[in-house]
Ligand binder design. Sequence first.
Ligand code: AMP
Ligand code: ZN
Length: 498
Amino acid sequence: MATIPLYQTQKLQIYNSISGEKETFTSITEGSIGMYVCGPTVYSNVHLGNCRTFISFDLVFRYLKHLEYKVRYVRNITDAGHLENDAEEGEDKVAKKARLEQLEPMEIVQRYTLDFHQVMSKFNAIAPSIEPTATGHIVEQIEIIKTIIDNGFAYESNGSVYFDVQKFNKTNHYGKLSGRNLEDMIANTRELSAQSDKKNPQDFALWKKAEPQHIMRWPSPWSDGFPGWHLECTAMSTKYLGERFDIHGGGMDLKFPHHECEIAQGEAACGQTPVNYWMHANMLTLNGKKMSKSTGNTISPDELFSGNNNFLEKPFDASIVRFFMLQAHYRSVLDFSNDALEASEKGFYKLIDAIQTIDNLTTSADTKGFNVSAWKQECYNAMNDDFNSPILIAKLFDAVKFINTVKEQNSTISKTDLELLQQTMHAFVFDVLGLVNINETSSDISGKLSGTVELLINLRAEARANKDFATSDKIRDELLAIGIQLKDGREGTSFSLN
Ligand code: AMP
Ligand code: ZN
């Protein structure tokens, strides 16, 4: 007898940003899913905010796979066309960094793509099925522009091509994703400057003619130039997932204009709306403000793993940071703080310890005080409710509580239930949440390291109290030489790993 795939018994609800409601998910092709997520612009190291969005979609990817869908997950690399301040004018972000560092733009792209991959693998995120780049798809972008011009929704002006938003809005709705309407946008925008090539301020670039100093340029029927930022995602999603696909994701801040423009481009080129379910992940904040490269309000993953930062009292493992992020629902804002991370660390070890405890539990004739099958379905219900990881984690802690009562011999568990509990805990903790058991290895080592460094800090304090500065300096300098930096503060001395 053929087994029924999980997705047929577990009914998934996804909050669709375009309808503003949770909808029962149905894929276009039974059993398969096409998912596109806007990837990073590789002109600097990713910050923790960027990582949160990619971890949110890693959870989505993992759960869809767990439900036994065949998922093609496309996440692009933006290596051209993203101008400063997400604006229509200004320097290309990658080209600017290349100019400042006196490197080739592709050296910048390579450096920060590698950094991005390393960081995401530390967070145990699964690599997407395809990771296409904007510069690798210039031909496809030019073809889409030609089609949009032929369909009457774009015009050429001085070697650049713009999307005609007013014309498009006569037959379609520009603003349907972000809940705007064109009349309000027109009322709220300033007049075009005299030198602008656009007919209207709302129009956006599909192709820009390159100024002589703009080095990232390609030939096209209109000019030597470069594609508009929004176009690459339309070109790559269409190429790999088709004119209409299941899920499109990205950070909340990409809803407008980026995703709104993707919808307009898709509808103008293909005559149908490109995406069935739009998903938007909410922001990670630091001190209550969005983590953002442009304002400098960021913390980098490496600063966090090494402890070399001004916000936290010690280093944190990537798996703990991942757990911290998944304790919030992907559509909620999450604020980053030392206290929250420490609380997550305690929770993380409690969960991992319980999984180890399961392996050593003794079984009895029957189970008392816990219905394992019902609990398993509650775990699914949480994830089926728009990937509600915080509720799932709360359910996992119900199991932790029960495991500990069995261990203390205040309850009992049958052999069948023990196996089911074991399997389900493993599936949700490791496969779906993507956590790693760092218990045996790094926590042990980091515990011993902290203890050793604390001992040296105390010996140094004693040496200083005795005015033995030769010894105190020796301790500080030799620790620094092996990458451990001591920091003297009002509350004593702390350390970080460089
Ligand atoms: P970028 O490299 O600027 O194109 O951004 C890559 C992704 O990170 C996009 O999906 C952004 O929406 C997302 N992002 C940027 N800042 C944050 C933040 N503070 N919290 C969560 N996601 C963010
Ligand atoms: Zn995009």
